[in-house]
Write a protein that binds this ligand. Structure first.
Ligand SMILES: *Cc1c(COP(=O)(O)O)cnc(C)c1O
Length: 357
């Protein structure tokens, strides 16, 4: 064989397929948990105005440390955090990649509890971090004693928790995070991409940071802030963790435009979070209606719902697509995931499901 036919990629990457939710052109797209609403006009205008002014300065590199944005993010999170506790990047996926570059890597291992976010193992592989999987119970719950015992036995360098968990939708009891953080000799990452959608009374792992200096909470502006196209994710942790991440971040990784746009969006947080309330209403409607129709639906603290059970979820996925509704087959046998859309999109999904009931 011609040796130039195939590029000489690392053994660990051979045969893998890139991350890819289908981006199909379908009337109702409920497959990637995006915010279904565009930015409100007042926010979009404010972002535009800021970017317009900024264009005169793009011959210069941006603030490498993104200090002003980190101050704003710290203020948004509250809990007495400052910019020293916060780090930002191009989406929380980049944040997680940076964390694995620092705390994982060759000879180290990360542990996750599937079904959970598929990018955690992919990013582990990409950073040459060994990947170990533990499991949840039949109701997709993670029990503190079980998680703690797994961490004790396998002693991973990085543990991934996801709350609210994607794709199951349910938030973790903070007791689970506490138990794992107390047991783990490495770094515990709590992926809170959907925290803003959690049901009342759900507590953020941010509240545990003062007690656990190796705990990291990751968040994103992609979902609640309707900012998926801009790419802004961030972490909150002890300042030593933030300092450590500086070792691997690219210089000037976060563009001046991204930093400025994010700051404007944060200044309008209360406007944007009213959209979150509307999405939560549709989410709760999906859960209630699916149960009425005789399906199962997990309790959801996110902007999506895991529903089933089907003998063959791939057939149901196709039948929904035939009715113009794109949902996600996350590879959990018997289950599919649907994002909460606008009331009209949610109607379309629920009508299609009534057809199938
Ligand atoms: C959507 C999602 C993210 C967000 O990724 P970004 O890179 O910030 O867009 C992170 N974690 C989970 C679990 C998600 O579902």
């Amino acid at each position: 064989m011609n040796p130039f036919e195939e590029p000489p990629i690392r053994d660990a990457l051979r045969g893998l397929t890139p991350y890819g939710a289908p981006q199909l052109d379908v009337p109702v797209r409920l497959n990637t948990n995006e915010n279904p609403y565009p930015l409100p006009a007042a926010v979009a205008d404010a972002v535009e105005k800021t970017l317009h002014g900024l264009m005169r300065d793009v011959n210069r590199y941006p603030d490498r440390d993104a200090v002003a944005l980190r101050e704003d993010l710290a203020a948004y999170l509250g809990h007495g955090l400052t910019s020293a506790n916060v780090w930002a990047a191009n989406g929380s996926n980049e944040i997680i990649q940076q964390l694995l570059q620092v705390f994982g890597g060759p000879g180290r291992t990360a542990m996750g509890f599937p079904p959970s976010y598929s990018m955690h193992p992919l990013l582990a592989t990409a950073t040459a971090t060994g990947w170990m999987e533990s499991h949840r119970n039949a109701n997709f719950e993670l029990i503190a004693e079980h998680a703690k015992a797994q961490v004790r036995v396998y002693d991973p360098d990085v543990v991934f928790l996801c709350s609210p968990n994607n794709p199951t939708g349910t938030a973790l009891d903070l007791g689970v995070v506490e138990a794992v953080a107390a047991e783990c000799s490495g770094v515990v990452i709590v992926d809170e991409a959907y925290f803003e959608f959690a049901r009342p009374g759900t507590e953020s792992a941010v509240s545990l940071l003062p007690r656990f200096p190796r705990l990291v909470v990751t968040r994103t502006m992609s979902k609640a802030f309707a900012f998926a196209g801009v790419r802004v994710g961030y972490l909150a942790a002890h300042p030593n963790v933030v300092d450590a991440v500086q070792l691997v971040r690219l210089p000037y990784h976060l563009s001046a435009l991204t930093q400025a746009a994010a700051r404007v969006a944060l200044a309008h947080a209360s406007t944007l979070l009213t959209q979150v309330e509307a999405i939560k209403e549709q989410r709760d409607r999906i859960v209630a209606r699916l149960r009425e129709l005789g399906f199962s639906a997990s309790d959801s603290d996110a902007n999506f719902v895991l529903f089933g059970r089907f003998d063959d979820q791939a057939t149901v996925w196709q039948k929904l697509l035939d009715r113009g509704v794109l949902v996600r087959d996350v590879g959990v046998p018997g289950w599919l995931r649907v994002s909460a859309g606008t009331p009209e999109e949610t109607d379309a999904f629920l009508n299609a499901m009534a057809d199938l009931a």
